[in-house]
Design a protein around this ligand. Structure first.
Ligand code: ZN
Length: 428
């Protein structure tokens, strides 16, 4: 099977890929600025962006800004390029405590664009004609379910919805229909595996060859990925995306990180404190511009996602940059330790790679205006004695910072059911 969705752009040398991005951005600006009140107020009605320096002069867009705009101009705000009758889909973000969800509209053209972006995700996961893709989630107001369902047709695969079903019914649907690919959250994949074991079903012997996950960083965490792959005897793939932004990334057969779909987006990584670009390969907040959603575009949108980007060529021959560790956490939890930006969520990501860590806590000490970190680890019974040293070593490799790790007795750290709070701030 053709491993690419759009071989010509996926393998473009990077200088040409970057030119393509600037060209598409200018086309987008020419299309939206005359009629989009939100962006013409931010950028003017005649903006030209003919260089990367000019690009970096464009103001950022934040989620709060979009939410505020929709509050002031309900229900859809002013980031609406066309008359409402040209839009054919409405979805919304989940919204967090005390915050209203953002509503997003798509036109026929931008819905087609969503489907194409998903085409990259499927092809990356080796899914194409003859495949039957099962969607094991409730089809709610979030866009991910619907876009994934829609996108399967762009690679000639069959979509099989699994909404409104119990886990055992979903398992039956997987076996009855000879399902070959599964889309769900990493947590739910493990739940399916657990239920299959309980029912005596041989999931590893099913025809599923690929699983595609989003919504949680699990599929890029080696420990979680290994568990899913063992349970399904299938390749486990990660995918990144946001309702308001689009389906932005996928893993290829090499699974050497999440490829960013640079033919449809422009990506940057910034220091969330200074808003300046980070050094190549450094950690920071992912900023993205979507190039194919003219009806409700986002330009230099601060995703809040913490990433590290690798632009070196992938063995799959795609030139799209990669996130070697997927989304590592949230950028807004950053602390400065000995002059270095440190993201506790990135520490969490590294600790989760150790299956023998049953619970952990990251302590942030603040002395005057200086911060220091310490990690407490609760090992599973029978773990090797050097767990703390190995964890500290990997943290040093990954974050280039020495962070002391200490073992604590089993059961001594608090357990969480939902929103875990494993980062503790201390003042002294
Ligand atoms: Zn690749």
């Amino acid at each position: 099977m053709n491993p690419y969705f759009e071989a010509a752009t996926e393998t473009l040398p990077r200088p040409q890929l970057r030119e393509l991005q600037l060209r598409r951005l200018q086309e987008l600006l020419d299309e939206i600025l005359p009629s989009n009140a939100f962006y013409s107020a931010k950028l003017g009605t005649q903006r030209r962006v003919d260089s990367w320096d000019a690009y970096r002069e464009l103001p950022f867009t934040t989620k709060q800004e979009i939410a505020q705009d929709q509050l002031e101009q309900p229900p859809y705000g002013t980031n609406v390029t066309y008359p409402l009758e040209q839009y054919i889909k409405l979805h919304q973000t989940s919204g967090t405590t005390g915050k209203a969800p953002i509503r997003v509209l798509d036109t026929e053209a931008s819905w087609e664009w969503w489907a194409r972006c998903w085409g990259h995700v499927y092809r990356g996961a080796g899914i194409g004609p003859g495949d039957r893709v099962f969607f094991a989630f409730s089809f709610g107001p979030f866009i991910g379910f619907w876009a994934a369902y829609e996108g399967a047709r762009t690679v000639g695969a069959m979509s099989v919805p699994g909404g409104g079903m119990q886990t055992d019914q979903r398992l039956a649907a997987i076996f009855d229909n000879g399902i070959t690919a599964l889309c769900c959250t990493p947590t739910y994949a493990l739940r399916l595996a657990e239920e299959a074991r309980r029912l005596g079903l041989d999931l590893a012997g099913s025809s599923i060859h690929s699983t595609v996950h989003a919504g949680e960083p699990g599929a890029s965490v080696p420990g979680v990925r290994a568990r899913i792959e063992a349970a399904f005897r299938a390749q486990c793939h990660d995918h990144t995306g946001m309702t308001e932004l689009g389906a932005s990334g996928f893993t290829c057969q090499e699974r050497s990180g999440v490829h960013l779909i640079e033919s449809e987006f422009i990506f940057e990584v910034i220091d969330p404190r200074t808003l300046e670009p980070v050094a190549p390969g450094g950690q920071g907040e992912l900023v993205a511009t979507n190039l194919g959603r003219a009806g409700m575009p986002l330009i230099r949108y601060r995703t809040g996602d913490l990433v590290q980007v690798d632009e070196s060529p992938c063995t799959c021959a795609r030139t799209f940059a990669r996130l070697p560790h997927g989304i590592m956490g949230r950028a807004d939890d950053m602390v400065v330790v000995r002059g270095m930006n440190v993201f506790p969520s990135a520490i969490e990501g590294v600790l989760r790679e150790f299956p023998e860590v049953s619970e952990f806590r990251i302590e942030v000490f603040r002395r005057r205006s200086m911060a220091e970190l310490k990690v407490l680890l609760e090992p599973l019974p029978d773990s090797a004695d050097d767990l703390a040293e190995r964890a500290a070593e990997r943290l040093q490799d990954r974050l280039l910072l020495r962070i002391p790790c200490e073992l604590v007795p089993g059961g001594s750290l608090p357990r969480f059911e939902l929103k875990a709070r494993r980062v503790v701030q201390r003042e002294d």
